[in-house]
Design a protein around this ligand. Structure first.
Ligand SMILES: [Zn+2]
Length: 255
């Protein structure tokens, strides 16, 4: 690595420090506006300021945005206006959010290892506006999926070699098509974790739902199959999002 290659990283780290300090100040500031009295925005759009401290590739950034769009727009009819690496330095409105992709694994936040991928701190009034995604956790999660997929392939090969009907040998571990989902898995994990945190904030929802995107945690198996079912919003969550953001347009067919 040349010195020129290293320099931007310092600049980047500096920018991260600034924004974290800024966020702490924001969350510590007394909030005099009670959430229920905030009127819904008129145009029904959601403005997302995506701050990428991981410096993901353009392709990965596009995949992240596309998946978040598909959750909000296809399922709930909520259109997102994106701002990449830009954020106003003021208190955000109810139809605005910051999503920060951090290079960290969150260890410092949790004072030790954890399985948390995303975090949406609420301030005293319950209206935080920042979703933090720990990119290294998404990488770790993907690595677990790779291991699971390899284990399944091995079980199939061994079954075949010993003349046993492959049958459920690998299927119970992971579907035969699991490797199809591995290349896109990291941005998928980042996007769904971000969407989950975004809903927490938009609905001022501190608890979790029994099924769908707003569950407390996802199963590894679910990432290795085509079904979107485990990552769907519940009808009541969709209704609440639409009302919160003043969405009047019809929902696209998200089936
Ligand atoms: Zn949650």
């Amino acid at each position: 690595m040349s010195g020129f290659a290293i320099r931007p990283q310092y600049v980047h780290r500096f920018a991260l420090t600034i924004s974290v300090v800024f966020l702490l100040v924001l969350s510590a500031a007394p909030d005099l506006r009670a959430e229920p009295t905030d009127p819904a925005p008129e145009n029904g759009r959601l403005l997302v300021y995506l701050l990428d401290h991981q410096m993901v590739s353009r392709q990965e950034m596009a995949a992240i945005q596309q998946e978040i769009n598909s959750i909000f727009e296809d399922q709930a009819g909520v259109q997102i206006e994106w701002f990449i690496d830009a954020s106003p330095r003021r208190r955000l409105e109810i139809n605005e959010l910051r999503v920060l992709i951090l290079a960290s694994d969150g260890t410092r936040w949790f004072h030790g290892p954890s399985n948390v991928i995303g975090l949406a701190p609420h301030d005293e009034s319950g209206i935080g506006r920042n979703c933090f995604i720990f990119y290294r956790q998404a990488l770790w999660f993907r690595q677990q999926a790779v291991l699971r997929c390899r284990e399944a392939a091995l079980a199939r090969t061994q079954a075949e070699a010993s003349g046993v009907e492959p049958g459920m040998a690998g299927e119970a571990i992971a579907p035969a098509s699991c490797s199809d989902y591995l290349p896109e898995l990291t941005p998928m994990i980042v996007a769904r974790a971000a969407a989950h945190e975004m809903v927490h904030i938009l609905l001022n929802k501190l608890d979790h739902s029994p099924t769908g995107l707003m569950r407390e945690s996802f199963e590894l198996q679910e990432w290795l199959a085509a079904s979107l079912e485990p990552f769907r919003l519940l009808p009541e969550e969709i209704a609440a999002l639409r009302s919160r953001l003043g969405v009047v347009s019809a929902v696209a067919d998200g089936s």
